[in-house]
Design a protein around this ligand. Structure first.
Ligand code: MRU
Length: 350
C-alpha cells in the first residue's frame, strides 16, 4: 500500500493520504525537522509544489493526482452538474507549478482522462486513480531497483546527485532505489553524494535518507565530483530524471550534465533511472524541454541571509540536459535501455 514501507531500506513517505486529507512532509525543513503539513485546498497544493514543500518528479505527479481529488471534492460540493468545469482552474494552477518534471503533466492528464466516464460524485473514482498512481510508482521503483542493481556487478562505490529517494517519489526511489536494492543484495561499500547546489537536495535530503537506512554515505561539494572520478573512487554515476525526451536526452537536476561529461572522460559509467511516467515521447529531443529558472535568490542568499554582493546578477537554471550519447543506460520498470536512442526507447515503452 502507498502509505506503508515495503522494505527495511525504505522508511520515509513524502506524500500520504489519510481520511480525505493530503499530507506532505515539508522538505524545506529537513533534515532538522520532519513536519507534515496538511492540505484540503488544491490551490494550496499547487503553491506547495512551487515552493518545494514537495519536490522530485514522481512525488510531484503523485501529489498533483491527490490534489485533483481535493479539487473534485470542492467542485462537486459547489455544483454536482458542473464539477468538470470548476476543477479546471485548479488543474491549470497545478500544471503551472513546475515546468520541467513531466510526471506532473502526465498525472494530471491521466486523471483528466477519467472525467468523461464519471457519473455522480467523482471523488471515489479519482481517489482510486490517485492511489493507483502512487502504488504503481512504488512498484516501478522496486522493479527498477532490482534491474539497476543487477547492472552494478562488483562495483564498490557510486556517486549520486540531487535526491531521488523516497522523498522524491511514492517511496523507495529511482536512482536511490537502485542504491537501496544494491545494498539489500549486500553490494556497495560507499555512496558518494553531491551537495547539489543551490537547494542542497543532496546534503539535506539524500544524506538524511541514506543515514536513516544506515547505508554508508560520504558527502562532497558538487565541484569535487570530477576529482573524485579522477581518483578512480567510483564506478558509476547514478541519477534520476525529470523528463526523458523521445531520443533519450535527459533533463535532471543542474549539474547532471557536467557529471556525465566528467564520467565519460574518466570511463565511469552513467546510469539514469526513470519510470515510464518520466518519459515524454511528444518531445523529440532535450533542447525542446522547458528548463525551470528559479530566480537568483537561491544563489544570492543562504538560510535567508545575503551571501553575495548586493545587486550582482545571478543565473539559476535548476535543471540541465544530458544528451543521450553521454548516457550508458536508462533503467525503467519495463526494461533496461543500453546506449539509449529513439528506437530502443520506443520499443521498451510500447
Ligand atoms: O528540483 P527538484 O528537487 O524537484 O529536482 C529533483 C530532481 O532533479 C530529481 O533528480 C528528479 O526529479 C528525479 S527524482 C526521482
Amino acid at each position: 500500500m502507498s502509505e506503508t514501507s515495503a522494505s527495511p531500506f525504505d522508511n520515509v513517505r513524502a506524500v500520504t493520504w489519510n481520511d480525505g486529507r493530503l499530507q506532505l512532509l515539508d522538505q524545506r525543513r529537513l533534515p532538522d525537522r520532519a513536519v507534515y503539513l496538511e492540505y484540503q485546498d488544491p490551490i494550496d497544493v499547487a503553491d506547495a509544489i512551487r515552493d518545494m514543500v514537495v519536490r522530485g518528479a514522481p512525488a510531484i505527479g503523485i501529489t498533483a493526482a491527490y490534489a485533483v481529488v481535493l479539487a473534485a471534492k470542492q467542485a462537486y460540493l459547489e455544483g454536482a452538474d458542473k464539477w468538470r468545469i470548476l476543477i479546471e482552474a485548479a488543474m491549470e494552477k497545478l500544471a503551472a507549478a513546475r515546468p520541467t518534471a513531466v510526471n506532473l503533466h502526465w498525472a494530471l492528464k491521466r486523471m483528466q482522462a477519467l472525467f468523461p466516464g464519471i457519473e455522480g460524485d467523482p471523488e471515489p473514482v479519482l481517489l482510486a486513480a490517485a492511489r493507483a498512481i502512487h502504488d504503481e510508482d512504488i512498484a516501478a521503483n522496486q522493479a527498477m531497483g532490482k534491474a539497476g542493481a543487477a547492472l552494478l556487478g562488483e562495483s564498490k562505490a557510486v556517486l549520486t546527485h540531487c535526491n531521488t529517494g523516497s522523498l522524491a517519489t511514492g517511496g523507495f526511489g529511482t536512482a536511490l532505489g537502485v542504491i537501496r536494492a544494491a545494498r539489500q543484495a549486500g553490494y556497495l561499500e560507499m555512496v558518494y553524494v553531491d551537495e547539489t547546489r543551490p537547494w542542497l537536495q543532496g546534503s539535506r535530503l539524500t544524506a538524511w535518507e541514506l543515514m536513516q537506512d544506515k547505508i554508508p554515505v560520504t558527502l562532497l561539494t558538487d565541484s569535487a565530483a570530477g576529482y573524485l572520478m579522477s581518483q578512480g573512487s567510483i564506478q558509476w554515476v547514478i541519477v534520476g530524471a525529470d523528463r526523458v525526451a523521445a531520443n533519450g536526452d535527459v533533463a535532471n537536476k543542474i549539474g547532471t550534465y557536467g557529471l556525465a561529461v566528467a564520467a565519460r572522460h574518466h570511463a565511469v559509467k552513467m546510469m539514469v533511472v526513470a519510470p515510464c511516467s518520466s518519459f515524454d515521447l511528444d518531445t523529440p529531443s532535450g533542447d525542446l524541454i522547458p528548463v525551470e529558472d528559479r530566480g537568483p535568490d537561491e544563489i544570492l542568499q543562504f538560510n535567508g541571509r545575503q551571501i553575495a554582493p548586493g545587486g550582482v546578477p545571478a543565473w539559476n537554471p535548476v535543471f540541465d540536459i544530458t544528451p543521450a550519447a553521454l548516457i550508458d543506460v536508462i533503467v525503467t520498470e519495463k526494461g533496461v535501455i543500453e546506449t539509449p536512442d529513439r528506437q530502443k526507447i520506443a520499443a521498451v515503452l510500447a
